[in-house]
Design a protein around this ligand. Structure first.
Ligand code: MCN
Ligand code: CUM
Length: 806
């Protein structure tokens, strides 16, 4: 038989499908200044909004005098709660089932809270007028400590619900208490703890931090009073959900609302929430009949939009003498700030924190999370976190280290001993998850071999000896982490946001000449969806990725989807893309069979064509099939070649990773040098290795930031001490170390192409790894645990408290 040229492998390579390190198609625009961000949108007659914000963390608003502000030339309106109240818009629902003031209604609950909204013809006029709005405040006692907030005589923060005994997630036991969320078997766990050979206990605090994306949050709202249509361009990570919520809140019919997320300059979870700025801009546009733009500045972003973490986690872990873990107990005090505006699936008020048994086969566990109001900004969850998985991974990966110290067992060995084994998958955890697939031992051994683990420990021991002899002032730390992620929310049966099931979607249209457009319910904020989703399709339908346009973020054109966060795009929308592709292929098969004059079953798929079985020289390539779909009357087949898939995943995906970090710590300055960082990620089938590597680099750098210095800190009066980039650490190329990336591939058994998410993994695994490295450096001197962030001062303090400064 003649050899068919080009070969299937050559044809596959041309497609740039799965596994190709295809260059990011977005970058052609981005690197040439052709990105189109919210602030690039300029409409005729557009007005600008700016907020008057509270300087106090807790105060009564006695009066607001906007007369002087209104005299500023160009000022069109000054909105206060009193103006929004008749519309029922002075409060808005939060994603967590709570409600939040849009503009201060009688009191303020955190510094930076929105008090009044000034609208002017010019951004500068709006800012000038903000200065002239006179607000008379009466200060109230401030609570920034969640434990103090729960004391019996703590000030009442939320007067609107002070007497309400039931919250969105069950009973409230104190006026500042939001919910208690309990999982697992308390009795069995406490019995195991009581009878255990060894119990390690620690209070692990994951400090308050902030995603701080390069582009802050903002929108342009434009109400067209003639056709009754409201269009809002905004930095939205979930445009369809915003449309539905906007319709429900405003009463505007949903078909008359169009939400557009243009290019987004980083989201990291910060752009999931609904902020007062959006509501005020929409109202202002309706009132004035003009488009209204609102874009917050850096300080506003850091002070008032969704923060992350602020979790006080008390952990207890039980084990046998030889290091077999027998139980995990955890109680979390979760500081949610002034309103519970956390972004989690409805049934999970603490997100997927119950993944806190991690990668280990732990027979029993119990977990309770208490949500608490304080005088801090609302939000929570955001920041590359997969719904509190970051906190969960930090807890278990610190607790393993604490246990290893207590047992006197090597921490790598302790992990290996307790890993869920390959043959145990699918594995049901004590706190209720079903892990889809994993091969932890293989990944761990590969990671330890790659870094030369034994040698590192030997070197570390030598270093301690040299230190004791006074030959060096630098200690060496080896940070280990093995994490299991849970991404891809989620099965509609247990995951929804405000009642909207968390499926996702893809709609494909093949053009007559064999190129295509696919639209998805997700929205890229830098993840490279236009590049990678085209690759999934290229492999499914045999059209080169370069000939496929990917479009997201316009609710008038994209199919309904729940958006991009929780690394759900690949697990959910990626699956929808593959499934829609398969529908295209099924129809293409019928067309090909017709053209080849054989039965449907007599043709088979071969990379980019259907071939007659046993006669590969007889084929119809996808381009030819596409044209036929539009030019031939085929009996029993509609013209055209389009498909849509709404995909409800049967389960989440469980990516995992093995990270090792080596640091040198200067005992006298507290300076930590990252000598080496090795990251092995397993995200199942890899769509684009180069993009994965980019995601890992970015996530690790954010992890470095969080672990080593980034913090939203408050003083006792509730003043934000780190509200500018002077104080809030954002690493530059200078601080960022070299990363060594690696992988194993354990496909997800339920995902159509076996892919798991990866976007959040490096942050989930990175934070504990950096932190473990710093803590480990002092282990030889009796040190067990110190709170993050490990800035120079705190590291110096560890050394000081251990008496290492002589
Ligand atoms: N990918 C791949 N192969 C896989 C898994 C993923 O090639 N097996 C690719 C995807 O096709 C996609 C990227 O990696 O191009 C990330 O995919 P995924 O893990 O599905 O995550 P999402 O696309 O849903 O992105 C969300 C995730 C989250 S929740 C945060 S927070 C975060 C992150 O992505 N925010 C980011 N990475 C970010 N990267 C940038 N540049 N900007 C942000 O705001
Ligand atoms: Cu939790 S940050 Mo991401 O889910 O957008």
């Amino acid at each position: 038989m003649n050899e068919i040229t080009p070969t299937p492998a050559e044809r596959a390579e041309k497609l740039k499908g799965l596994g190709s390190s295809r260059k990011r198609v977005e970058d052609v625009r981005f690197t040439q200044g052709k990105g189109n961000y919210v602030d690039d949108i300029k409409l005729p007659g557009m007005l600008f909004g700016d907020f008057v914000r509270s300087p106090y963390a807790h105060a009564r608003v006695v009066s607001i005098d906007a007369e002087a502000a209104k005299q500023v030339p160009g000022v069109v309106a000054v909105l206060t709660a009193a103006d929004l109240a008749p519309l029922g818009l002075h409060w808005m629902p939060t994603l967590a089932g709570d409600k939040q003031m849009v503009l201060a209604d009688g009191k303020v609950l955190f510094q930076g809270q929105e008090v009044a909204f000034v609208v002017a013809t010019d951004r500068y006029a709006a800012a000038d007028a903000v200065e002239l709005v006179e607000v008379d405040y009466e200060e109230l006692p401030v609570v920034t400590d969640p434990f103090k907030a729960l004391e019996p005589d703590a000030p009442v923060l939320r007067e609107d619900i002070a007497d309400q005994k039931e919250g969105a997630h069950g009973a409230r036991r104190h006026h500042n208490h939001i919910f208690t969320w309990e999982q697992g078997d308390r009795e069995a766990t406490e019995k195991v703890l009581a009878e255990a050979d060894v119990v390690a206990e620690e209070m692990i605090y994951y400090h308050r931090t902030h995603p701080c994306p390069l582009e802050t949050c903002g929108c342009v709202a434009s109400m067209d009073k003639v056709n009754g249509k409201l269009t809002v361009w905004g930095t939205f990570q979930a445009p369809h959900a915003v449309r539905t919520v906007a319709s429900l809140i405003s009463g505007i019919a949903e078909h008359n609302i169009r939400i557009i997320s243009p290019d987004i300059g980083g989201g990291f979870g910060n752009k999931v929430g609904v902020y007062p700025g959006y509501i005020c801009s929409i109202v202002a546009s309706i009132v004035t009949g003009k488009p209204v733009k609102w874009v917050e500045d850096r300080m506003e972003n850091l002070m008032a939009t969704a923060f992350a973490r602020d979790y006080w986690m008390q952990g207890k872990i039980a084990a046998t003498k030889d290091g077999r873990i027998t139980g995990l107990w955890c109680h979390v005090t979760a500081d949610h700030g002034g309103f519970d505006a956390c972004a989690d699936p409805t049934k999970f008020p603490a997100g997927f924190f119950n993944i806190c048994t991690g990668s280990y086969d732990i027979p029993v566990a119990w977990l309770a999370v208490d949500g608490v109001y304080t005088n801090k900004a609302p939000g929570g969850v955001a920041y590359r976190c997969s719904f509190r998985v970051t906190e969960a991974a930090y807890l278990i990966e610190r607790m393993i280290e604490v246990l290893a110290i207590k047992l006197g067992i090597d921490a790598a060995e302790l992990r290996r001993k307790n890993f869920i084994r390959k043959d145990q998958f699918p594995y049901r955890s004590a706190l209720g998850w079903e892990y889809d697939s994993g091969d932890y031992h293989t990944a761990w051994d590969k990671a330890l071999a790659a870094v030369g683990y034994e040698d590192l420990r030997a070197e570390q021991a030598d270093r301690v000896e040299s230190f004791r002899r006074g030959e060096t002032r630098k200690l060496m730390g080896v940070g280990l982490t093995f994490f299991t992620e849970i991404v891809g929310a989620g099965p509609v049966k247990n995951c929804d946001i405000l009642g909207l099931g968390m499926f996702d979607s893809c709609e494909i249209r093949i053009h007559p000449t064999g190129s295509a457009i696919a639209r998805l319910g997700t929205i890229s904020q830098g993840q490279g969806h236009a590049t990678t989703f085209a690759q999934i399709l290229a492999s499914e339908i045999g059209i080169p990725a370069d000939n496929i346009t990917i479009e997201e973020g316009d609710t008038d054109t994209a199919p309904y989807g729940l958006g991009t966060y929780g690394s759900r795009s690949t697990p959910v929308a990626g699956a929808a893309t593959a499934m829609a592709g398969r529908k295209i292929r099924a129809k293409a098969q019928m067309i090909a069979a017709y053209l080849l004059e054989v039965h449907d079953d007599d043709v088979e798929w071969d990379v980019d064509r259907f071939v007659v079985k046993g006669a590969p020289e007889r084929f119809k390539a996808m381009a030819e099939i596409a044209f036929a779909a539009y030019n031939q009357a085929i009996p029993g087949i509609e013209p055209g070649l389009e498909a849509v898939s709404y995909y409800d995943p049967p389960n989440m995906t469980y990516p995992f990773g093995a990270y090792v970090c080596v640091v040198d710590v200067d005992v006298d300055t507290g300076q930590v040098d990252i000598r080496r960082f090795y990251a092995l990620d397993d995200c199942g089938t890899r769509i684009n290795p180069m993009i994965i590597e980019g995601q890992v680099h970015g996530g690790l750098t954010e992890a470095l930031a969080i672990a080593m210095g980034q913090e939203i800190a408050y003083d006792e009066l509730g003043n934000v001490k780190t509200g500018t980039l002077m104080d809030f650490f954002v690493p530059t190329a200078w601080e960022t170390p070299h990363y060594e990336t690696d992988w194993t591939t354990t496909p997800s058994p339920h995902h159509p192409i076996g892919a798991k998410g990866v976007g959040e993994s490096p942050n989930v695994g990175g934070v504990p790894c950096f932190s473990n490295a710093v803590n480990d450096a002092f282990r030889a001197f009796g040190h067990v645990h110190a709170h993050m962030p490990h800035d120079h001062w705190r590291v110096w303090k560890i050394a000081h408290d251990l008496g290492l400064h002589g």
